[in-house]
Write a protein that binds this ligand. Structure first.
Ligand code: PEP
Ligand code: MG
Length: 311
């Protein structure tokens, strides 16, 4: 019966008692965005721009980047699109941006940290996003990956606002989750990347199959940081989304809504399952499940506690 409801889910995202949650898609290029458009996703919650450039030796020009970004904006014309600036380094090295031969790439110069040494790559990408926005008459939100400090958020926000775009940051470093309230003084929204947040909270490589139990997004310590960031967003009256794998798990997605998360972004294939599951529970059930998981000591216990409430 549940699978039948998944097949039928046509949006919009909401709980059975009508609490609205944006259900969005994670995409990496125009083709992916056009495929996502055939689902009931309300928009794009994470456009991973770096994945278009994994095979490049030199930085793509502003015009070429604008064309690629424009394809995604066109596919979701009139809808929310969140563009992430290059998350180069670690598991996604780019030859034209990443520092070679780092001893610990996951703890190295990746994401927004590249801009500390060379702001030009970021500025040219923001110029390209602004050009694509203008060409398609759209207003994308733009967020930076791997933000660790409020100062990084402040500098990024200034660069984004200067181009007439809406700035936000990803919360994927525990320090950023802990200081989310201070970061929100500078940006208009947060998007929690649970894949990296789990990696850095648990000190466990997200690529290691041996450590998969540690990087499980149901780890209560990870969920406590998600809850903290969501609370900071609610206090500031600003949206907080989740775009990591946690948002693709229908049961966990309900828990995230219980924390106060305002949007869920997942791979296209997971969108209908999340939307359908959310439609079967009330907001109060989500909140009760959220309280229950925060009192658990491990991922299995957390999952059971959520299931007990959400069915
Ligand atoms: C994340 O870290 O959860 C995330 C969404 O970003 P990526 O998986 O691209 O690092
Ligand atoms: Mg990440």
């Amino acid at each position: 019966a549940h699978l039948a409801r998944v097949a039928e889910w046509t949006g919009p995202g909401r709980t059975s008692d009508g609490h609205h949650v944006d259900i969005l898609a994670n995409v990496q290029d125009g083709a992916g965005a056009r495929a996502a458009r055939t689902t009931a996703a309300d928009g794009v919650g994470l456009f991973r721009t770096e994945l278009s450039f994994l095979d490049r030796d030199v930085e793509p020009t502003v015009a070429e980047q604008a064309d690629i970004y424009g394809e995604v904006l066109t596919a979701f014309e009139g809808h929310k699109v969140v563009v992430r600036t290059l998350d180069a380094g670690s598991d996604k090295p780019l030859r034209f941006a990443t520092h070679p031969d780092e001893a610990n790439p996951a703890l190295g110069v990746r994401g927004i940290r590249i801009a500390a040494a060379d702001r030009g790559i970021l500025h040219r990408q923001l110029d390209a996003i602004a050009a694509a926005a203008e060409a398609t008459s759209s207003s994308p939100w733009v967020m930076a990956p791997m933000i660790a400090t409020a100062d990084e958020a402040k500098a990024f926000a200034a660069d984004v606002r200067e181009r007439g775009l809406t700035p936000g940051v990803m919360i994927e470093v525990p320090a950023a989750a802990l200081l989310a309230d201070r970061i929100l003084e500078h940006v208009d929204f947060l998007s929690i990347g649970t894949n990296d947040l789990a990696q850095y909270t648990m000190a466990a490589d997200r690529m290691s199959a041996d450590l998969a139990a540690l990087t499980d997004p149901w780890q209560p310590a990870v969920l406590a940081l998600v809850a903290r960031a969501a609370e900071a967003g609610a206090a500031a009256g600003k949206p907080v989304g989740v775009c990591g794998e946690a948002a693709a798990d229908p049961l966990l997605a309900c828990v995230l809504v219980g924390f106060g998360v305002t949007s869920l972004s997942a791979a296209s294939a997971a969108v209908a399952g999340v939307g359908a599951r959310l439609g079967q529970v009330t907001l109060e059930q989500c909140r009760e499940a959220a309280r229950a998981v925060l009192g658990t000591a491990g991922p299995l216990e957390a999952r059971e506690a959520a299931s007990a409430v959400l069915g």
